[in-house]
Design a protein around this ligand. Structure first.
Ligand code: PMP
Length: 441
């Protein structure tokens, strides 16, 4: 995958990173972009097209990060670029309502009927933070329950570390989070409805916020009727159910995880795909709840650039692309092929690998354990992952630099890309095996 490079004229990733580290903490504007967990420095990207990233060193990579989820149609999709160009010349922000925002609100409502009203924001973090404020305003309760290993952005209360058990009050996971704020968050293990009921029945809980398919500890499948039970239990104990569909919305299916599992939450958080690759978020849900949001109601939430025509135009075009026939079957078929190929290759070389896939997101966990919650996730061998990551990168495959992230398949990936990835994995597993990595006894 190496193309010609001209290191004398173009600064290399290494040179750019060295300077970036002096001006930007860790050289990155989001810690997930750092390559520390895999023992190297990040690549600097020059441009991207379809399923490919091109770094400043002249290398091409098949990209499975896809900007951590938004780019379900691949990079620089011509129709999205066209929508952006058309929007840009009409002005990039007015601080006044537009027809485009109404069109996006309608499209979201039609995709997710539980979202009777919606408010656009600028990131997933803003969406979850606002949804929780709304839940507290409505229930007049303070405590929020989240899943151990679940990620909902970096708002203070959501950075609470998982405790040792479901009833452990969260402790701050980052300096700077007030102890009192962290203490109002309780973690429960995913896929454990009894633990959830215990917490809901013991504390005045405003909301249970959950990624219906967790993707931020790697992909974990909701088992049996877990989501349905979460719906019943939150209702029984007077708490709200918030689905954080920032990743799963318009990804698992057009209607998101709530369409797949047929569970209607009270509130839904969105982001990523609905911005077509531009900064966006949204929260919405039951009309009676959303009517509490200013200026109709007393719960204050605002944003200078919220609903700006650039992001909304890209998002609208993205949703239009996703309404075309065969989109989700194609995504799922490609991802299934990748998952099967990885499993087969790992088995051939006796590498312990558990590939968990839901629709077009998947994680290859280096473990033999059952991965059904954060405890299972933590059994993964991160050293083995780091070796795999580096060897795949050398072979032109760009994965997220952490064992605990999802790989995203896009509409731009082709069968040839998937096959090339499986071949790279096969050689990588052979290499790891000969380097002494083996099944644990
Ligand atoms: N919720 C989920 C499920 C996410 O995956 C993320 C980001 N990966 C967020 C919230 C936060 O979104 P943002 O990074 O846009 O603030």
């Amino acid at each position: 995958m190496r193309a010609s490079s001209s290191p004398l004229r173009t600064p290399t990733s290494e040179a750019l990173f060295a300077e970036a580290e002096t001006l930007i903490p860790g050289g990155v504007n989001s810690p997930v972009r750092a390559f520390r967990a895999v023992g190297r420095n990040p690549l600097f990207i020059d441009h991207a097209e379809g399923p490919y990233l091109f770094d400043v060193d002249g290398n091409r990579y098949i990209d499975y990060v896809c900007s951590f989820g938004p780019l379900i149609a691949g990079h620089a999709h011509p129709e999205i670029v066209g929508a952006l160009q058309a929007a840009a010349v009409r002005g990039t922000s007015y601080g006044a309502p537009t027809r485009l925002e109404l069109d996006l609100a309608r499209a979201i409502h039609q995709a997710m009927p539980s979202v009777e009203m919606v408010r656009l924001v600028n990131s997933g973090t803003e969406a979850t933070m606002s949804a929780l404020r709304l839940a507290r305003a409505y229930t007049r309760r303070d405590i929020v329950v989240k899943v151990e290993g679940g990620y909902h952005g970096h708002a203070d209360g959501l950075l609470a570390r998982a405790g040792s058990g479901p009833l452990t009050l969260g402790a701050p996971d980052s300096p700077g989070v007030a102890a009192a704020t962290a203490a109002s968050t309780i973690n429960v293990p995913f896929n454990d409805a009894d633990a959830l009921e215990h917490v809901l029945s013991s504390y005045p809980v405003a909301a249970f916020i959950v990624e219906p398919v967790p993707a931020n500890m790697g992909v974990v499948r909701p088992r049996g009727n877990y989501l349905r039970r979460a719906r019943e239990l939150t209702r029984r104990y007077g708490s709200l159910l918030i689905f954080d569909e920032v990743i799963t919305g318009f990804r698992l299916l057009y209607g998101g995880a709530q369409a797949v599992y047929r569970v209607a939450p009270d509130l839904t958080c969105l982001g990523k795909i609905i911005g077509g690759g531009l900064p966006v978020g949204a929260y919405g849900g039951r009309r009676d709840l959303m009517q509490l949001v200013a200026p109709v109601g007393p719960m204050y939430q605002a944003g200078t650039l919220s609903g700006n025509p650039l992001a909304v135009s890209a998002g609208l075009k993205m949703l239009e692309l996703l309404r075309r026939p065969d989109v989700y079957p194609r995504l799922n078929r490609l991802a299934a092929r990748l998952a099967t190929g990885l499993r087969t290759a790992a088995a051939r070389h006796e590498i312990p690998l558990r590939v968990q896939r839901v629709a077009s997101i998947l994680t290859a966990f280096f473990t033999e354990a059952n991965v059904r919650d954060f405890g299972g996730v933590r059994t993964a061998d991160t050293n083995l992952f780091a070796a795999y990551f580096n060897a795949m990168l050398e072979r032109g495959i760009y994965l997220a630099p952490s064992q605990f992230e999802a790989a995203f398949v896009s509409l731009a990936h082709t069968d040839e890309d998937i096959e090339a990835t499986i071949r790279a994995a096969d050689s990588t597993f052979a290499q790891l095996r000969s380097a002494g990595y083996a099944l644990r006894p």
